[in-house]
Design a protein around this ligand. Structure first.
Ligand SMILES: CC(C)(COP(=O)(O)OP(=O)(O)OC[C@H]1O[C@@H](n2cnc3c(N)ncnc32)[C@H](O)[C@@H]1OP(=O)(O)O)[C@@H](O)C(=O)NCCC(=O)NCCS
Length: 182
């Protein structure tokens, strides 16, 4: 496995990644990329200015995963999106893609890598409750009920720095996470 820039010329790999996005997000985030067209559009946008687009491929050139980065403001970059092929998950590819993006952001002078990871269907204890009453308490007592990726991000060094209540509808928050990369 190695990680390299994804470019517009990677037609086959781009189509493989679009399928990974649709399949990988369908169960828990069905509105993310409901169609191949939506996923292809997302990938196309990753070639814009102030963007980073990196793909993990195997020895045969098949796509194993993809990570994107976008400059937001100040010294802050956003990680968006991240996907690892289902049959290759839990083998360190996600961790390697995040480390690679961190190096890319560092090279560009970034100090903070942030992301939002939604809970739309009760995967964590942050869903289905009123976060406004005491958001910090809810964050510090979070529990992972059904394999939500926030725990993956914690394992690769991110901290939960906030929540956006009702980001995806009542009781469906966005969990904000950040990591120092500078
Ligand atoms: C989340 C995702 C990117 C993780 O990639 P991965 O290659 O499976 O992760 P890694 O193998 O590098 O895992 C690194 C660590 O996180 C842990 N981990 C991975 N996914 C996890 C999850 N959903 N919940 C809890 N821990 C998790 C691994 O067990 C490993 O722990 P260890 O270091 O103690 O052994 C991958 O599962 C995926 O593509 N999921 C579908 C799309 C998605 O959720 N994207 C993120 C949305 S914001």
């Amino acid at each position: 496995m190695y990680i390299r820039d994804l470019t517009r010329d990677d037609t086959d790999v781009i189509h493989q990644l679009a399928r990974l996005l649709v399949e990988g997000f369908a169960d828990h985030w069905p509105d993310a990329w409901p169609t191949l067209e939506a996923a292809l559009e997302e990938i196309d946008q990753s070639f814009g200015g102030d963007r980073i687009s990196r793909v993990a491929v195997d020895a045969g050139g098949e796509a194993l995963g993809w990570i994107g980065g976008q400059y937001t403001y100040g010294k802050v970059w956003e990680l968006h999106p991240l996907i690892v092929r289902r049959d290759r998950q839990r083998q360190g590819i996600g961790r390697a893609l995040v480390a690679d993006l961190e190096a890319q952001v560092r090279q560009r002078g970034g100090l903070t890598l942030m992301l939002g990871t939604d809970d739309e269907d009760g995967m964590t204890t942050l869903a289905g409750v009123d976060l406004y009453d005491d958001p910090c308490r809810h964050i510090t007592t979070i529990r992972n009920l059904r394999g939500h990726p926030y725990e993956f991000y914690q394992k690769v060094g991110f901290t939960i720095v906030g929540v956006i209540p009702d980001a995806n509808g009542p009781g469906k928050p966005d969990i904000l996470m950040a990591k120092r990369v500078g």
